[in-house]
Design a protein around this ligand. Sequence first.
Ligand code: CP3
Length: 354
Amino acid sequence: MTPLLNDRYLRALLRQPVDQTPIWMMRQAGRYLPEYRAVRAQAGDFMALCRHAELACEVTLQPLRRYPLDAAILFSDILTIPDAMGLGLSFGSGEGPRFANPVRSARDVAALPVPDPEGELGYVMNAVRTIRRELKGQVPLIGFSGSPWTLATYMVEGGSSKTFTLIKQMLYREPALLHALLDKLTDSVILYLNAQVAAGAQALMLFDTWGGVLSTPAYQTFSLDYMARIVAGVTRHAEGRPVPITLFTKGGGQWLERMAATGCDGLGLDWTQSLGDARARVGQQVTLQGNMDPSVLYADPETITAEVARLLAEFGPGCGHVFNLGHGIHQDVDPERAGHFIAEVQRQSRAYHG
Ligand code: CP3
């Protein structure tokens, strides 16, 4: 087995000392990179790129060639599970994801299969195996899934939504039906993440992009309880090492204590939350990931430098921090500004580690 040459990210998630704060960027492989756009054009559409193990591996590695990042993230999407359930995923140009067969009725939910991760989703596992081989132990590989709630929003709405009308109608009119859907998604996500670990993923992340649109009791019942089942159900140890899991609920700053109580290793924070407050609340229990506003990367280098300084000071000295953006990098960011950001985190953070 290839030894892992850089374990800063894994050490930070276990709240062990590191020499500098590890950093990776949400959506680090993507359209802001010209080399990504070239491979994407070669593949045809986005899902074709996800299904092609060598090309998915290539775009996963592109940001690591440009920048000294401390982790790689599998190039795929959270919507692979609903697609494998037969919903007919497509990405129309510039309009986001669309499902040809949205889930609206008890019959629709009952008909959904739990996908076999090495069957319909085998292309994802092939990508994981290819990336692990090509990484050659340079940095750990993060596997991921969407949270059941976030996947359900796309499946019921039929795509992206601003109002979440249909899924909220289901939540308040037919809660048992929504629970049946979330239950099936939870089983599917556990199988999917465990297969990613078996294929070589060394850490896991759950993206709950839309948990923040819920009331507190609805968040607990319809999102967090299912994420807790996933935390309890996934492989937490592989290749002689812990496999840490990070939960990210966008807009979930008010629920950090509840999220930490799931027994996860890390919490992803969006930029609206204070890193210092979050550390005081849950920093003894979990590692915090984040949380620079991705829009800071539109600024001049001096402003980026100052914002990195502010965030490092807010977290303060010691371990348990993974630097990241508070959400995905914007597609119109200048890659040089991203490079400056990463270099500044690494340069400035050394003073915070003994
Ligand atoms: O580098 C990485 O972070 C790994 C790859 C990754 C993608 N999507 C690639 C992608 C990851 C981790 C995701 C997660 C994802 N996908 C989330 C959760 C994280 C978040 O951003 O909140 C969500 C909500 C999705 C669903 C999704 N996929 C949407 C809404 C869209 C369209 C919006 C857009 O940016 O065009 C996608 C497509 C998508 N997923 C792209 C990429 C690089 C753009 C596709 C393209 O090249 O045209």
